[in-house]
Ligand binder design. Structure first.
Ligand code: FAD
Length: 449
């Protein structure tokens, strides 16, 4: 006998959790299914544990820079095992916390792999579920790029490393590789990044990335660009990564290798064809309401949906809300990505929101750009910052802020202020006049504008 629900949600990450709890709060019968512990990628294997490591490495870097100024007399040493123990105090309690939330809310929480058996039916480890509606929020998984690369660990393996390897090679030069590389470089490991493209962090502004790349090389990170990985093997306890660049072949060796060459929607194992759920290369194919284009009973949100947003936690949460609203009240809500923000948690961070200069140019928008070096600014010098750069894109006709990219010690909070300005349609002049507390990262906005 199958159990029947108004809604079955596949995946308990930011997208699935939001959709499930919102629909349950309006009285729907809801089941949430996850084949792994409840909590999803961000809380257990992504953003949150990562930022614990980044924050610790930042303290080391802060001290290093102050030692160079003679303000401190020594640089603290990262205690990797203790850092991992500290990290687990954030991740370990999550699954039980969510189980309790589901129990209290009256959501049926199930462990097991969900697969479609029909348009409105699913199997979860042999058990049959009938659903008036299904939300696919199954997230993303590491992309494989070369024969033998299953011998490399992925980001999850890295975040669970009990011992810090002496040397590490990252395959891929995206944000995950850069963030982890900045952490382990501060912990004393030798780091190599192999990136296929001519420049890393491809979605970010060229000038900002060039500065961050130079700073990264200055840490001793061997950043190899235009380098395509062709194979991975193990030799004498080492990882050997073969790669080609400008026709030449090279072998790179290290104690450990990390596959960080992108993530793809995790929908292959869902038997979508049995549910008549169409997909693209980027995930479940949805309309503007995040509803499957082929099966109206199915919606998708977060990394698993091909919905045009970025694979980021705030997007997943927002799409979970949109799906819930459309399920509960009919298809009305669509995504609005104005002021979407993307941050690379290197030390210092690189952040971007809104349109980059390149996208403004491509769209034929008449814009002006405010660009500058902030290394000599008070806010950078007081923290002995090494790099600080901004580029702000303003629409010529309206004076509205269209986009901002910042590298520097205060980038994380400055970018959030710009994100709000873009979302609210605030123009540059109004931002310049705001009474931001002085001296803070935000009070620099006046000079940037
Ligand atoms: P997920 O949180 O991935 O949840 C999907 C869930 O579905 C998983 O728990 C999985 O077990 C389950 N599942 C999959 N298939 C099935 C099935 N067939 N049956 C049952 N269960 C299934 N984003 C940011 O915004 N900021 C960051 O700093 C950041 N850092 C990151 C660092 C790393 C290392 C990684 C990997 C990602 C990071 N992200 C970051 C991205 C962010 O984690 C994701 O965009 C977000 O978690 C996606 O949420 P989701 O709900 O779509 O999927």
């Amino acid at each position: 006998m199958s159990k029947t629900f108004d809604l079955v949600v596949i995946g308990s990450g930011s997208a699935g959790h939001t959709a499930a709890t919102t629909c349950r709060a309006r009285g729907w019968s809801v089941a949430i299914v996850d084949e792994r512990p409840f909590g999803g990628t961000c809380q257990l294997r992504g953003c949150d544990p990562k930022k614990v490591l980044v924050n610790a490495a930042r303290v080391v870097d802060d001290a290093q820079r102050l030692v160079e100024k003679g303000v401190l007399d020594r640089v603290p040493v990262l205690q990797w095992r203790e850092l991992m123990r500290f990290k687990r105090t954030f991740t370990d309690p999550v699954p039980e916390r969510w189980s309790k939330v589901y129990e209290k809310a009256g959501i049926v929480a199930m462990h097991g792999r969900a697969t479609f058996s029909g348009e409105r039916t699913l199997f979860v480890d042999g058990e049959s579920l009938e659903a008036k509606h299904v939300v696919i929020a199954s997230g993303a998984m590491t992309q494989h790029v070369a024969p033998g690369d299953e011998m490399l660990m992925d980001s999850e393996g890295f975040l669970d490393l009990e011992e810090l390897p002496r040397s590490l090679i990252f395959v891929g030069g995206g944000y995950i590789a850069f963030e982890f590389a900045h952490v382990v470089a501060r912990a004393g490991a030798k780091v190599t990044i192999l990136h296929r493209g001519a420049r890393p962090l491809e979605s970010f502004d060229d000038d900002a990335v060039a500065r961050l790349a130079e700073l990264t090389r200055g840490l001793g990170v061997d950043l190899q660009l235009g380098t395509t990985v062709t194979g991975v093997r193990k030799e004498a306890g080492e990882i050997v990564i073969s790669a080609e660049s400008v026709g030449a072949k090279h072998d790179f060796r290290a104690s450990a290798g990390i596959l960080a060459a992108g993530r793809v929607a995790n929908v292959d194992g869902l038997c979508l064809e049995r549910g008549n759920v169409a997909r693209t290369k980027r995930g479940v194919e949805v309309n503007a309401y995040l509803q499957s284009v082929s099966n109206p009973a199915v919606y998708a949100a977060g990394d698993a949906a091909d919905a045009g947003g970025l694979p980021l936690t705030p997007v997943a949460g927002n799409e979970g809300e949109i799906v819930a609203a459309n399920l509960l009240d009919g298809n009305r809500r669509t995504a609005d990505f104005r002021g979407l923000t993307s941050m690379v948690y290197t030390i210092p961070s690189l952040g971007a929101t809104g349109l980059s200069e390149a996208s403004a140019r491509e769209r034929g928008i008449a814009y002006e750009v405010h660009v500058g070096d902030m290394r000599d600014w008070y806010s950078t010098r007081t923290v002995a910052g090494r790099e600080a750069f901004y580029k702000i894109v303003i629409e010529k006709s309206s004076g509205k802020v269209l986009g901002a990219t910042i590298v520097g010690p205060h980038a994380e909070e400055q970018i959030n202020v710009f994100a709000l300005a873009i979302r609210a349609g605030v123009d540059g002049a109004m931002l310049r006049e705001a009474f931001f507390a002085y001296p803070t990262g935000s009070s620099d906005l006046e000079y940037m504008l």
